[in-house]
Design a protein around this ligand. Structure first.
Ligand code: FE2
Length: 146
């Protein structure tokens, strides 16, 4: 029997991570303009990272006796990650939009961490996820001068 908050917190993280991977692939295919190649390739690095994260989170759910739900319909109806516009997207817009979406996903997970004080392995896993998302957002943001 998982700790009371474990299942909803891990499930919320799971759908956000899956959605980030799908949106990043959409942007990987549709990015245009200056820095195309850099952003195109960096998005695949983000995808690799969040796919590993989502697999770890899903398998943690399974390990504690819950059922991970990674169905497209569940992701579409419960992800908190805003979608992106269809069609070509300027590379600078992609960088800004993904830096913010990744940071916001990290903050949603981070906010829930204190509720996992009675489930240290799940808490520890999500701390690693947050640190990785923060690093990915920093690497994207650092492409723009400010
Ligand atoms: Fe590709």
């Amino acid at each position: 029997m998982p700790a009371p908050r474990t299942t909803p917190i891990l499930q919320a993280a799971l759908v956000d991570l899956i959605d980030l991977s799908l949106l990043a692939k959409q942007a990987h295919w549709n990015v245009r303009g200056t820095n195309f190649r850099s952003v195109h390739l960096e998005l695949d690095e983000v995808i690799d990272q969040v796919r590993v994260n989502s697999d770890d989170v899903a398998e943690r759910l399974a390990a504690v006796g819950a059922s991970p739900d990674g169905r497209a319909s569940t992701v579409a109806s419960t992800s908190k990650v805003p979608s992106i516009e269809p069609g070509p997207i300027n590379a600078a817009v992609v960088v800004a939009e993904f830096a913010s979406r990744i940071s916001e996903a990290a903050r949603r997970i981070e906010t829930a961490l204190p509720e996992l004080d009675e489930d240290m392995p799940s808490q520890d896993l999500l701390i690693e996820v947050v640190a990785g998302l923060d690093k990915a957002a920093w690497m994207l943001r650092s492409q723009t001068l400010s």
